[in-house]
Design a protein around this ligand. Structure first.
Ligand code: ADP
Ligand code: ASP
Ligand code: MG
Length: 436
């Protein structure tokens, strides 16, 4: 069970989480830092880096005060509150001590790791105060990266099993999301939002019955309820469908985060802390033949078209085009080609002028800004018939700049003007979910 920063964002939220995780015995719980903490710690680190110790200490002591406030609210007994205050003070004096030495990237990693250490310590102590046999498993004992900087799944599997075996029969196991060690044993992390990744890695390592990602708002809808009225939560997604949708709400579940679960065949369930009895959304490897799951949209898309007579019957043309994007570290999302031209979309336009200038060497270039990708996700195996026609039919009154189909078995995407987004989402929903 993984809970994000907002879900453990206050003493009351921590108490709610404590209730959820003790409904059954033996859960492994991955927690993020309390919301705002990681950002505050990174701010402190940036002050230290700039040699601005005063601002660092100032920000740190404001954060410490916040924690002392949470403690006053969280624990019932003076004894537990005292122990928690001691712990919080030791963490913050460590943070201050870090600034007294040369502040390196390694110091920053140590510093930012304190966020998850604080939240897990507090919840574990709260559970123990409530009489729960809760065990705090330090993630740094088993979460490790390899020489390539990728999570070392074999190491994780072996050491996580060892850590669990040291405390058989506990009611609940609490551990830190996000933090890990690098291949040389130094403290590191799995990048922002990395707690989801921790949960997926541990669930896969332990071959858990299920990986639950608890968040603070409603499960995934087949559309944004503010744009299309009458949407319903999607109850089931294939891993591939979730990956397709990841681009449209990458904040929810990044595709790389669920990769370990997918490979291990462990289902992932998205649940809502605000409505804990709702069934949520299950993601697994089971297909729903012929079923269309969701329609999603992403704004702020720029389309770039390059037309060149040199492309006709030439080989190596696309490579040259793609290399230009690569040299500007800009990823391409949608792509369509004809015999003489190719259109691509990007969402990061910070290097647009350089890209366009370089592309002009190979042909005439057109740029359309203010575009929007509207995508339909579901089982769209090419041998199924009819769904392309239904989707196209829905778009019959909307100017469509690009259509992309066949890249995977799970997606058909349209590029339209941003101002047509709402119309497109409504039309597709009406046509595709008409009989649901
Ligand atoms: P936090 O960011 O507080 O650690 P989570 O990791 O649980 O919380 O969630 C990450 C972000 O994704 C949060 O801002 C959350 O509100 C947002 N989010 C979660 N589920 C959805 C959803 N179904 N649709 C849109 N945003 C979501
Ligand atoms: N605390 C980390 C972050 O804010 C990791 C996480 O919340 O998933 O990015
Ligand atoms: Mg998060």
């Amino acid at each position: 069970m993984k809970f994000g920063g907002t879900s453990v964002g206050s003493a009351q939220r921590m108490k709610d989480v404590a209730g959820l995780i003790t409904r059954e015995k033996g859960n492994v719980v991955v927690l993020s830092a309390m919301s705002g903490t990681t950002n505050a710690l990174l701010e402190i680190a940036s002050y230290y880096k700039k040699g601005n110790r005063d601002s660092a200490v100032d920000t740190a002591s404001r954060l410490e005060q916040k924690y002392l406030g949470h403690i006053a609210e969280l624990y019932a007994s003076a004894e537990s509150a005292d122990a928690a205050r001691d712990y919080v003070r030791s963490v913050f004096s460590y943070i201050e001590a870090l600034g007294k030495e040369i502040f390196t990237d390694a110091s920053e990693k140590e510093l930012v790791a304190r966020g998850e250490m604080l939240s897990t310590w507090m919840v574990n102590a709260y559970l123990q105060e409530q009489g729960v046999n809760s065990v705090l498993l330090p993630a740094l004992d088993f979460m490790k990266k390899d020489e390539q900087g990728e999570p070392d799944s074999r190491y994780i599997k072996e050491h996580f099993a060892k850590a669990l075996a040291q405390h058989p029969g506990a009611d609940v196991y609490i551990t830190q999301g996000f933090i890990c060690r690098d291949a040389h044993g130094a403290v590191d992390n799995l990048k922002r939002g990395g707690s989801d990744y921790t949960a997926s890695l541990l669930g896969a390592a332990a071959l858990a019955e299920e990986i639950q990602i608890w968040t603070d708002i409603d499960g995934m809808h087949n559309n944004d309820p503010r744009v299309v009225p009458g949407t319903r939560p999607v109850r089931h997604l294939h891993f591939e469908e979730a990956a397709e949708l990841g681009y449209f709400g990458a904040k929810i579940l990044h595709p790389t985060c669920i990769q370990p679960a997918k490979f291990a065949g462990v289902p992932v369930r998205l649940l809502n802390t605000m409505d804990p009895s709702a069934p949520g959304t299950v993601i697994n490897n089971i297909p729903d033949p012929g079923s269309i799951k969701a329609v999603a949209a992403k704004d702020n898309i720029t389309a770039i078209k390059i037309k060149s007579s040199r492309m006709l019957l030439a080989h190596g043309f696309l490579r040259k085009v793609f290399e230009i994007f690569e040299s500007y570290r800009t990823s391409i999302d949608m792509i369509c080609t004809s015999e003489v031209g190719v259109s691509m979309t990007i969402d990061d336009t910070s290097n647009l002028s350089g890209i366009v200038a370089d592309l002009r060497r190979y042909g005439s270039v057109t740029v359309d800004t203010g575009m929007c990708i509207v995508c339909v996700v579901g089982d769209m195996d090419w041998e199924n018939v009819g769904f392309e026609a239904r989707a196209m039919d829905a778009m019959s009154n909307i100017p469509v700049r690009m259509v992309s189909y066949g890249g995977s078995n799970y997606n058909i995407s349209f590029l339209v003007r941003e101002e047509d987004k709402e119309k497109a989402l409504k039309a597709l929903s009406a046509k595709l979910f008409a009989d649901d």
